[in-house]
Design a protein around this ligand. Structure first.
Ligand code: PHE
Length: 445
């Protein structure tokens, strides 16, 4: 059977944007920016996106398009008999790990959407939003049911195929998401006291730069948000033909993703400051802080419906790209049908997620890394270690395994001045910066 492909370049762009824009832009960006002091973090994040992220996005998509294969197959095809393909397995592992906790948080988002839609959360629950969130996430079965439901939706889209599943879903979700977020941002900006939130987000407080963890957090956030380093973008690139040019498309995807992160910041921080809440309340910012804010706002319940609908849509369009990584591998390497590959991989992810979910409750005492519970540890390992390492391997592959000519051809940059700049970034600057940031996070630099 012929390999699947996108129906159009626009379809690819929307799917890739859908992959990039997700819980990472709304939930993760807002709490990581909040914890790292706002404006100065934003600047480090923007530098990471421009100097490392977008060039590596072009690297990743161009490998996939050239090889026309999944993460493992792409390396095998372009470097037969060499150990590069191991990086592909590493990518599959990382995508399972990420989707394992991602789908749990997405399940919470479904639950919140459902409760707003029903009007249950229109008024603060008797015990308060904080304890309500806690009692929901610490029970055994409730969060697992929503996590399972989210995985079912993800599996259904992926098993419907590249065109009829992934591309179609993104064509509907992405424009809707953009409209919803812009409405929410307008609402947030109209609140009294919004200016302070904007100052927090846009006026850098340079003193946070003396904290060594800010740099790795900014880099990890850039990788996570751009879906880089696990092979999701490589797999999406493999469904493109060489008639579609890459540099403009990848630049557009990177810029849109960044815009979505900034717009989410504009939705969240003005509201946080308008209601005098601390911006560094961590991963619960979106699930406890925002509902309390909505509760005090005019029409807040409706804002809650829109917000959690946006969050759920954004999560689905990203999770399908994560599931597609093992699915496209299994379809080729094990000759499985799409249906079987999607169901088996989805089941494995569901099981991984059980650990992350129970880590909020009965397994709360299990802290694999420092004081981080299971979910935060999965996130930390995946985002701050696996993704940058995966991305660095891709950069080294294109920068050192390919000749300069092959690299530029694969990226549609032959004969352009920009080509040499990109090549220099990929061959030297990005790998060196990633190594420095790593050493620095380990306290060695
Ligand atoms: N970029 C997605 C987000 O921001 C998450 C993701 C990471 C998706 C890695 C695919 C690969 O939510």
């Amino acid at each position: 059977m012929a390999r699947e492909s996108w129906a159009s370049k626009l379809g690819f762009m929307l799917a890739a944007m859908g992959s990039a824009v997700g819980l990472g832009n709304i939930w993760r960006f807002s709490y990581v920016a909040g914890e790292n002091g706002g404006g100065a973090f934003l600047i480090l994040y923007l530098i990471s996106v421009l100097v490392i992220g977008i060039p590596l996005l072009l690297v990743e998509v161009s490998i996939g398009r050239k090889a026309q294969s999944d993460v493992v197959g792409s390396y095998e095809k372009l470097a037969p008999g060499k150990p590069w393909y191991l990086a592909g397995f590493f990518g599959i592992g990382a995508s399972l790990l990420i989707l394992g906790f991602y789908s749990v948080v997405a399940g919470w988002s479904f639950y919140y959407f459902w409760n707003y839609l029903n009007g249950f959360f229109f008024n603060e629950p008797q015990e308060g939003y904080g304890p309500a969130f806690e009692s929901f996430t610490t029970t055994l079965t409730q969060p697992l049911i929503w996590h399972g439901l989210f995985m079912v939706v993800t599996i259904l889209i992926v098993l419907s195929g590249v065109k009829k599943g992934i591309e179609l879903a993104n064509k509907i979700f992405m424009p809707l998401l953009a409209i919803l977020l812009i409405i929410l941002a307008g609402f947030s900006l109209s609140l009294d006291g919004a200016a302070e939130g904007m100052r927090f987000l846009f006026q850098p407080d340079w003193s946070v730069l003396s904290d060594p963890t800010v740099y790795i957090s900014a880099l990890g956030q850039a990788f996570f948000s751009l879906s880089l380093g696990v092979g999701a973008m490589m797999t999406y690139g493999s469904y493109l033909s060489s008639s579609h040019k890459l540099p403009g498309a990848t630049f557009g995807i990177g810029i849109m993703d960044t815009l979505f992160a900034i717009i989410s910041g504009v939705v969240i921080f003005p509201a946080v400051f308008a209601f005098s809440i601390e911006p560094d309340s961590g991963p619960v910012l979106v699930f406890i802080t925002l509902p309390s804010i909505f509760n005090q706002m005019p029409f807040g319940g409706y804002v809650g419906i829109l917000f959690f609908l946006s969050l759920s849509l954004a999560a689905i369009s990203s999770s399908v790209s994560l599931l597609e990584v093992p699915v496209s591998y299994l379809m080729r390497a094990a000759s499985w049908t799409r249906r079987k590959a999607a169901m088996v991989s989805g089941l494995i992810i569901f099981i991984l997620g059980i650990g992350a979910s129970l880590g909020m409750g009965v397994l709360a005492g299990v802290t694999p890394i420092g004081e981080n519970n299971i979910m935060d540890s999965m996130d930390y390992i995946a985002s701050n270690i696996f993704l940058p390492l995966g991305g660095m391997t891709m950069a080294l592959f294109v920068g050192w395994h390919f000749t300069k000519r092959t690299a530029l051809e694969a990226a549609d940059l032959s004969g352009t001045g920009l080509g040499s700049v990109w090549y220099g970034l990929v061959r030297y600057i990005a790998p060196i910066l990633i190594v420095i940031i790593f050493l620095q996070a380990l306290g060695l630099f």
